[in-house]
Each structure stands twice: as structure tokens, then as C-alpha cells.
Design a protein. Structure first.
Length: 307
């Protein structure tokens, strides 16, 4: 038999990627409940845990846990980076992302996997908003979610859920896009949707967190918004430049007609400014669109089919 050197040899059905940063209080509980539910299911699986520089002893504790594959980095980069490298090293045909903080219903991963059938990705949409600074988080998240829905043209009930399963071969095409921080989950959803892959949402419960959240409401929300805008610029720039160009164009033309009819052909400076800005925005949008077309990467993996 020839030596199989690919990192994807010995495929299992599912790789569960667990990013860990200072979760020592409940690590064992979370991992054992995943082993229990997966062991009782028909899926073959592996658990990949990625710890980058935990300072609370999580790394040492992980080293003593059997039945996981552990990847440890000496320095901290973020949960996105951890998920990316975990996924890159996965041997499963399907990859599951979840948190290690007792919030997501990890005992229902087999159900999540069942509902992936016929789709490229399935995301657990939380029915309630938990977490810190809820009053501020809620409107901010709503706004960003609406923006992302508009930009991808698909209704997105939960844009930053950390509980999801997806096809590894599809995701492999987009791993290079994943940012280091929290917005990696948003990025994966938008990458699938913007490139013609299907994402299904199933409602899930969300429990109170064990230990402390690493999400910084201001710093991470800002990055999150920026990432949604960035991805749109990368794939659908006209959705950003088009509407203001159209609105200003219509307003400028109306004003021009008014000037011509009512002001004896004396066209006001502001009319010209409005029309000029509209024209410039349209041009920038078109150039951006051309750059997108010229730089298209091949996405050859066929979307999921119904069996
Ligand atoms: N490896 C690694 N994991 C992280 C890092 N930051 C967060 N995580 C893990 O990513 C998951 C999600 O983080 P969490 O604090 O729960 O964010 P929240 O769900 O948005 O409140 C948890 O399992 C964390 O332990 C990090 O910098 N490195
Ligand atoms: Mg969490």
C-alpha cells in the first residue's frame, strides 16, 4: 500500500473544533458531554482542542485529558485563529464549531449534524440574547445583522452564533479569509452565503456562561462591523456604493430640473456638487466591482445536493 501522506488521511465523519482560552473550571465537563453524546451517535468523530496561551492552567489540564487531539500555541491570537488552525488540521468530512463555556447545547451535536443533510452549513440560532452589556449589544448586533442580511440578500437570524456544522471541503476554500478574532464565525457565514453555498438555521437554546466571556463589547463589536463591511466590499461592492449613488443621482436630477424650470437655467452650485458626488460614487462602485470580477478565485466545490 502506498504511503498516504495527506493530513486528511484516515477520514472520520466529524471533527469537533474547540477553541480554549482560560476555561479551566469547566473544560472536563464540556469535553466529556461531547464525548458522551457523540459516542452514542452513529457518527465517527475526533475532538481537536486548540489552546493558545491560556494563563489559568487550561493547557496543563488539557494535556491530561484522553481522547482529544491537542494543539497548543505559546502566544495568544484569538478564537478565530484557533478555529482556523483547528479546521485546517481536521480530518472529518464535516467540521463542528462550538464554545467550551457550557452555553451551547453541545449534547445535541448529533441533531445538528442530522440537519446538515442537503446543506453546506447549519447554524444554531439562539432564541435569546445573553451575555454582557445586553442593552448595548442587542441594538448593535441587530443593526449589523440587518446589514449583513442586506449585503448577502439572505435572512440571517443569528449572525455570530458559535454553534455550527459545515462541510470541510467547502470551508477549506475560505479559511484564508478568517480573521483572528471573534468575527470569524460571521466571516464563515458570509463567505458561504456570498459564494452560493447554502446555510440553514435551526433554533437552539443558549445557557448562561460558565467562566468569563472573552468578548469585549466595544473592541469586538467594532471589529465585527468592520468585518461585515470589508467582506461586502470584497464580494458585492455595488451594494455599498450603489444606493447612495442612486439616491444622490435622483435628488441631483430633480434639483437640476427645478433649477432649469424655476430659476431660468441658472444651475446652482449645490446641484452640481450633488450630481458630481453621485457620479463619483457610481464610478468607485464600478471600479471596485471590476476588481472583484478580475480577482475571482475559483470555487469549484459543488454545493450540497439532496440525496
Ligand atoms: N484558543 C483561543 N480560544 C479563545 C480565545 N478567545 C476566546 N476563545 C474561546 O472561544 C470560545 C468563544 O469565546 P467566548 O468568550 O465564549 O465568546 P462569546 O461566546 O462571544 O462570549 C470559548 O470557547 C473561548 O474559550 C483565544 O484568544 N484563543
Ligand atoms: Mg461563548
Amino acid at each position: 500500500m502506498s504511503a498516504e501522506t495527506s493530513q486528511h488521511s484516515n477520514e472520520v465523519d466529524v471533527t469537533i473544533v474547540l477553541p480554549v482560552y482560560n476555561e479551566s473550571g469547566h473544560l472536563e465537563d464540556e469535553i466529556s458531554r461531547i464525548h458522551k453524546t457523540m459516542g452514542e451517535s452513529d457518527y465517527s468523530y475526533e475532538i481537536v482542542v486548540v489552546d493558545d496561551g491560556s494563563t489559568d492552567g487550561s493547557g496543563q489540564r488539557l494535556a491530561n485529558i484522553d481522547g482529544i487531539r491537542l494543539i497548543r500555541f505559546a502566544t495568544n491570537r484569538g478564537s478565530g485563529s484557533a478555529r482556523k488552525y483547528g479546521t485546517q488540521s481536521a480530518s472529518g468530512r464535516i467540521v463542528v464549531w462550538t464554545d467550551v463555556d457550557m452555553t451551547y447545547p453541545n449534547d445535541t451535536i448529533p441533531d445538528l449534524l442530522d440537519s446538515l443533510d442537503g446543506y453546506d452549513q447549519v447554524v444554531g440560532a439562539r432564541k435569546t440574547e445573553e451575555g454582557t452589556v445586553r442593552l448595548l449589544r442587542r441594538p448593535a448586533k441587530w443593526l449589523i445583522r440587518r446589514l449583513a442580511s442586506y449585503l448577502t440578500g439572505v435572512r440571517i437570524p443569528d449572525l455570530n452564533s458559535g454553534f455550527r456544522a459545515f462541510r470541510r471541503d467547502v470551508a477549506d476554500q475560505f479559511l484564508y479569509l478568517l480573521p483572528r478574532g471573534f468575527s470569524c464565525v460571521t466571516t464563515l457565514t458570509m463567505a458561504f452565503l456570498s459564494n452560493g453555498y447554502s446555510v440553514r438555521y435551526v433554533p437552539i437554546d443558549y445557557a448562561p456562561r460558565a467562566g468569563e466571556s472573552k468578548f469585549h463589547w466595544w473592541k469586538d463589536t467594532r471589529r465585527y462591523l468592520l468585518q461585515v463591511l470589508r467582506l461586502t466590499l470584497m464580494w458585492e461592492p455595488m451594494r455599498i456604493f450603489g444606493p447612495p449613488a442612486a439616491v444622490l443621482g435622483i435628488a441631483g436630477l430633480a434639483k437640476l430640473v427645478y433649477d432649469l424650470v424655476d430659476k431660468d437655467f441658472r444651475v446652482a452650485t449645490n446641484t452640481l456638487v450633488i450630481l458630481g458626488v453621485s457620479f463619483a460614487l457610481a464610478l468607485i462602485g464600478m471600479v471596485a466591482d471590476m476588481l472583484v470580477q478580475l480577482n475571482k478565485r475559483p470555487h469549484n466545490v459543488m454545493p450540497a445536493t439532496i440525496e
